[in-house]
Design a protein around this ligand. Sequence first.
Ligand SMILES: [Zn+2]
Length: 300
Amino acid sequence: MTGRFAPSPSGRMHMGNLWSCLLAWLAARSVGGGMVLRLEDLDPDRCRQEYCDQIMRDLEWLGLDWDGAPVYQSQRTELYRQAFQKLEQQGLIYPCFCTRAERLAASAPHRSDGTAVYDGRCRSLSPEAREALSQTRRPAWRVQVPERSITFRDLLCGEYIEDLSRDCGDFILRRSDGIFAYQLAVVVDDADMGVTQVVRGSDLLSSTPRQIWLQDQLGLPHPEHGHLPLLLAPDGRRLAKRDRDLELGQLQTQYPAPELVGQLAYAACLIDRPEAVSPQELIPLFSWEKLPKRDLIWAL
Ligand SMILES: [Zn+2]
């Protein structure tokens, strides 16, 4: 069994990231599993090396470790290109020339998370129309999904079903600026890194059917999934990187690591009181059955 940390280095970690990292680590280590680290730094506009370094220091500060060298997505473009080509050879990829405004006009909201479901209008463009459009626009590249339901059993959320064409639509695998999409990179990397268990926030639950389907098309194994309840700000918002007071840099000045870990472990129902504890001490206390199933309001 191998789990993974997969942070996006676009800023300092916040409590929501620590929550996911701690529980992913415990889920792996509690069964003697491995843990790998992947920095999801594909977007050069948002990601920086200094954030990568900071994330590693922050994980170490908390007492979370990983096996082997960290993996940077920005260095693995060749692997993503090969997977993309494989899908292209299956006739599943087509160029989408829609502008952002056209894309939104051509979309209905995703059933479960409100993101846009593209109606596939560029799928049926003739070769001539594609040629003409490519004179003035650089296309994004979409993968054509089938009318098929994907079902999987989540370790926490239970059975989850999604009809790919209705609930999700053809999705982008490569942006018009050439950057490969998260969905493709994640699937390629999890297989390549030997990840067998994905533990992350439930905000990513609805992307899982897309990833499972991509794994099928690429002949890759399916890891098991555990989607954690989210930590919410006291006003019910999701925690975000803009919440400065919940960012680790600020928290470190107020709390020693074992106190923060204790707060998280208490919120996860692994201990009875919010007392100082190390991740190591929590290993024998972890079980999926104890974890809460609903989102939590986080207030220190
Ligand atoms: Zn389009």
